[in-house]
Design a protein around this ligand. Structure first.
Ligand code: PAF
Length: 282
C-alpha cells in the first residue's frame, strides 16, 4: 500500500494518475475503520482506477473537547485492514499541521440552512468544520468520485450542497448504512461502548423500525411523542433529538406531503457517548 503523511508527496504521486486521466475514488474517514468504511472503500475500488482513503481526526469539527480527545485513533490497525483489503489503496494520513498550516480553524459556510437542523443545533460549528476539511481534502485529492455513508445523512446532504455551490466536478456517492449483527449502525464511536452498552444500543434501530411501521398511519406528533416516551422509560439512554424531516431540505415534517421523501433522524447519548442513526420512511 502507498502511504502518504504529507500533502506535497501525495499530490506528486497523484500527478501521474491525473495525467493519465484515470479516475480517482476518494473515501475520507477519521479512522478506527470498521466494515462500514471498508464497504465504501470496496465500492470505490470497484468503480475507480485508483482509490485514495484519508484518515484524519479533524479537530475543527468537534465542538466537545472530550469527544475529540476520546475519539479512537488506531492508525496501525487501520493500515493492516487496508493492506488486507487491497494493496493498491493510496492512504493519506496527514497531521493537523499538514492540513491546517498552523491555523486549525474552520471557515464559515452557508449550506442554505441544511446546517441549522439536527446535528447543527446540537453541535454548533460542526458543519463549518466538516465543510472546511472536506473542501481542503477535495482540493488536495481532486477525486472523480467521493463516497460517504448515509448514517451521517445530514453531512452527506451538506457535502452535496458544498460541491454544487462551488461548482466542483466531483460525484458525491451516498452509501447505505452498515449495521452490526444487532442492527446498531456501525460507527467508530461504537468502540467506546462496553459490550453491554453495545448490545443495549440495538434499542435505537428497533425504535426507528417501529417508527417506520407507524409512519403510514400515524401523525408525526404522535410518533414523536411515542419515541420520547419510549426513551424516557429506558434508563440506559438520553435522547438528544428525534426528528422526522424532509430528506431534501432537512426541515422538520409538520404535515406529510405525498410528493416528499421523509426520514427519521435520532441522536442518543449512551454513557455520554453520542450515537446517531437514520431511516428512510417512504
Ligand atoms: O464522516 C466522517 O468521518 C468525517 O466527518 C469526515 C467526512 C471524514 C470529515 O472529517
Amino acid at each position: 500500500m502507498h502511504i502518504f503523511y504529507g500533502k506535497a508527496s501525495l499530490r506528486d504521486h497523484l500527478k501521474s494518475i491525473k495525467l493519465a486521466h484515470s479516475s480517482i475514488g476518494f473515501v475520507p474517514t477519521m479512522g478506527a475503520l470498521h466494515d462500514g468504511h471498508l464497504a465504501l472503500i470496496q465500492k470505490s475500488l470497484q468503480e475507480n482506477d485508483n482509490t485514495v482513503v484519508s484518515i484524519f481526526v479533524n479537530p475543527t469539527q468537534f465542538n466537545n473537547p472530550e469527544d475529540l480527545e476520546k475519539y479512537p485513533r488506531t492508525l496501525q490497525e487501520d493500515i493492516n485492514k487496508l493492506t488486507a483489503l487491497n494493496s493498491n489503496i493510496i492512504l493519506y494520513a496527514p497531521s493537523v499541521e499538514d492540513i491546517y498550516d498552523g491555523k486549525p480553524v474552520a471557515q464559515p459556510f452557508d449550506f442554505d440552512g441544511l446546517e441549522n437542523q439536527m446535528e447543527g443545533k446540537f453541535r454548533p460549528g460542526h458543519f463549518n468544520g466538516v465543510g472546511t476539511i472536506v473542501k481542503r481534502l477535495f482540493e488536495i485529492v481532486e477525486p472523480t468520485n467521493a463516497y460517504f455513508g448515509e448514517k451521517d445523512f445530514q453531512q452527506l446532504q451538506i457535502v452535496k450542497k458544498m460541491v454544487a455551490k462551488n461548482h466542483l466536478k466531483i460525484n458525491i456517492i451516498g452509501c447505505p448504512i452498515y449495521r452490526e449483527a444487532n442492527h446498531l449502525a456501525m460507527s467508530s464511536r461504537n468502540e467506546r461502548l462496553s459490550a453491554q452498552e453495545r448490545e443495549q444500543a440495538s434499542f435505537i434501530y428497533k425504535t426507528l423500525k417501529e417508527v417506520n411501521g407507524k409512519f403510514e398511519t400515524q401523525s408525526v406528533t404522535s410518533i414523536s411523542e411515542w419515541v420520547q416516551k419510549s426513551f424516557s422509560q429506558n434508563p440506559n439512554f438520553e435522547l438528544e433529538y428525534f426528528v422526522i424531516a424532509d430528506e431534501a431540505t432537512l426541515l422538520p415534517c409538520i404535515r406529510k406531503n405525498k410528493n416528499k421523501k421523509y426520514r427519521a433522524f435520532i441522536a442518543v447519548l449512551v454513557n455520554n457517548i453520542r450515537l446517531i442513526d437514520t431511516i428512510s420512511l417512504n
